[in-house]
Design a protein around this ligand. Structure first.
Ligand SMILES: [Zn+2]
Length: 305
């Protein structure tokens, strides 16, 4: 029996079975400065581990993508773009996309709305200044999308978001003024849970062989391929870019390419594909209206007071 996993399967380009995006979030040392504004500069080991991002991992991953002929999406906090401009040039020079990932990796849903907007727009200014264009897409740092984040994306004309986990296929996020395409992923597709161990940042994931992580990613891919899904890896250069893990990724990409019927795409291209399908009346994405709640649910209002 051919089980139909999705209510509303999406047609991928050229009859492909699934879409694959290997996205990398290059946070570098932004997260340490954010967590320890006064002492980060003195945490040399952790700084060195995080700066492995621009110094070693990204150039390696760019070589890997070049070898496979792939163009993919990177998300960089704007502070990292300013701090590591050569990395920006290398990524864009190879034809990859860079998306908006906050200014210093601040968490939007922990900020006052006015502060969230300030950092969002400050990052946009950096983008315009350094790349000559606006980013097409956004991923909230640490997935911390707020009840107001969609308003900023719509108002500034971004095409998509890649922070949420509400579906397996692309869907729309809509507010009173417009909409963006949501390109969802989920925690099983994130390398953080598999690899992140940084005592000074409070992460103590048990060390695993890359093959364990790859089992998870591969099984997710097999399901995407079988059922027509969207496979978005949310990876970090300093984690997945280490030699043994990078080597496993090379094996995985080779397997995907040999299997065939895989649409490797930048997120901006997937978002454009979704918009075109909708405009042509070929496929209608599901739509979530945001925010889900204007505030705390009324059943708890008494308690919160
Ligand atoms: Zn990040």
């Amino acid at each position: 029996m051919a089980f139909s996993m999705f209510d509303n399967p999406i047609p991928w380009p050229d009859g492909c079975r699934c879409a694959v995006a290997i996205t990398f979030d290059m946070d570098a040392d932004s997260i340490l400065h954010l967590a320890f504004p006064e002492t980060a500069h003195n945490k040399l080991m952790t700084l060195s581990m995080l700066r492995y991002d621009p110094d070693v991992a990204v150039p390696r991953l760019l070589r890997m993508f070049r070898e496979f002929g792939l163009r993919q999406t990177f998300f960089l906090p704007a502070w990292c773009m300013e701090r590591y401009p050569r990395t920006v040039d290398m990524i864009l020079g190879d034809g990859h996309e860079i998306g908006h990932h906050g200014y210093l990796h601040e968490h939007p849903n922990e900020l006052e709305p006015v502060a969230e907007l300030y950092w969002f727009e400050r990052a946009l200014e950096t983008f315009l200044r350094m790349t000559g264009q606006r980013p097409r897409g956004y991923r909230a740092p640490s997935y911390r999308f707020s009840a107001h984040s969609l308003d900023h994306l719509v108002r500034h004309g971004l095409a998509y978001d890649a922070s949420l986990m509400g579906d397996d296929l692309p869907y729309l996020l809509q507010n009173a003024e417009g909409s963006v395409v949501e390109l969802p992923s989920h925690y099983a597709m994130d390398d953080w849970a598999h690899y992140m161990l940084a005592r000074e940042l409070g992460y103590m994931m048990p060390i695993k062989a890359p093959s364990h992580a790859m089992d998870v990613f591969r099984e997710e891919f097999n399901a995407a391929w079988q059922f027509g899904g969207l496979w978005i890896a949310v990876w970090h250069p300093m984690l997945t870019g280490r030699p043994a893990r990078c080597s496993s990724v090379i094996d995985l990409i080779r397997t995907m390419q040999e299997k065939g019927g895989v649409w490797f795409a930048k997120l901006e291209d997937i978002a454009a594909h979704v918009r075109k399908l909708a405009a042509d009346g070929v496929w209608r994405p599901r739509c979530d209206r945001l925010p889900y709640y204007p505030g705390p649910i009324p059943e708890l209002a008494e308690k919160i007071k």
